[in-house]
Write a protein that binds this ligand. Sequence first.
Ligand code: PA5
Length: 475
Amino acid sequence: MNTRNKEWRSSMRLTVDYNYMMKKFIGSDGFKDSELAEMKESAAQAFNYVAEHRGKGMMGWTELPYNQKEIVEDIIATAKEVRRKFKYFVVLGIGGSALGPIAVFNALCHLHYNDLAPSKRRGPKFYVEDNVDPERMKALLDVIEPEKTCFNVITKSGATSETMAQYLIISDILNKVLGEKANENIIATTDHAKGNLIKLAKQHNYKTFYIPDGVGGRFSELCPVGLLPAAVLGLDIKAMLAGAAYMDGVCNKPSIAKNPALACAVLQVMAMNRGKNVGVMMPYADSLKTMSDWYCQLWAESLGKNVTLDGKPCNVGQTPVKSLGVTDQHSQVQLYTEGPFDKVVTFLSVKNYREEFPIPHGCEDIPDVSFLGGHTMNELIAAENKATAYALAKAGRQSYTVWLPEVNEFTLGELMYLFELQTAYAGAMFNIDTFNQPGVEAGKQATFALLGKKGYEAKRAELDSAPAAEDKYIV
Ligand code: PA5
């Protein structure tokens, strides 16, 4: 990867093809050129809003590609040490503190990474524990050796019950097996001042990375939250940041025709305004399968809001759905083609896969099978992607494609930054607070109350006084 070379960078530029959003191609449900032109002003306003607020308030994430030089060196040095000392690396976190590391791991490492021999991996075995299912915790402990494991506890708030429960379990185990040296197996990633993890980190002298101010959970992949796990896996985190910076530059124009993030935001907002309440994210690459999970959180938590910035009720948002090409052609595409006209499909398509796999000739006496011979799996997946987009268009359904020249650190940085900008533009068009999550906080607080956390007595009383379930509604 030659991220400094201008030609190489432009050869890696992501593009967005939205032909199948347009009336000309899909018929009555598509947009007319004139309708797109009518969005010019609101698109420019959203662009200006994001430009004016970048780097401020909860938009600190816009600057991550530029302001982490020293931190990146520390992360790389720490990762080297982790690779030298540990057999396993486990992320303990949830939501924005887990989905980015999972997406990057899945996209850039071998698809059966943990099953590879150590000599074929660039780092330790890798796990992200983003649930509190007791069976899963036991399963993890069945396959790792805690004394040979580095646990990266990630929580911005330092107060999330799931992550702190995991922390309690793991630190108890480490204390038992390692005694005073238990702290050497924990790395904390958290806010520099707020929350409990930072207190614990100081008390136990954990190596600590900070989640910068103005960087919320779902916008945190390009800070130590995502960069440390990626570096431990031996990935080129500088190239990820270079890709993000490149996309930032590409999107530095207030025009739908030139700014791909703005184009995506405008298309989605127009679609939502016409009742397209479901956004399907459908990568045609197994490596991008969990990118959909990361995107779903970003899109759902950022846009699902009930009040505008000036206090008016709004109830906006679009339900993101994950789907995988070609796998889900055989489970969901029937619905997308013939069901309600309430969806927009975003395809993530890859021009050059990192492998080429030929399909051998055979079964010559069965033409329905032998026609496949002599092609490659690459041709087959590309044909199926094209065919699905075409079939949807023929059925009058809207879709657009984000094209990745290939999947690598640079293009992944581009893709994540593009989605973050798209989300910020869409939130600006709806005039909502894109960066809060009161709905998530409400659930967190009810959990605190149910488990008897001090200070949540009133919430507990409120929960206890809620009407009891009636037997007649239980079958
Ligand atoms: O985007 C967000 O802010 C949330 O989804 C958080 O990432 C999630 O709730 C986990 O929070 P924390 O990192 O504080 O543990």
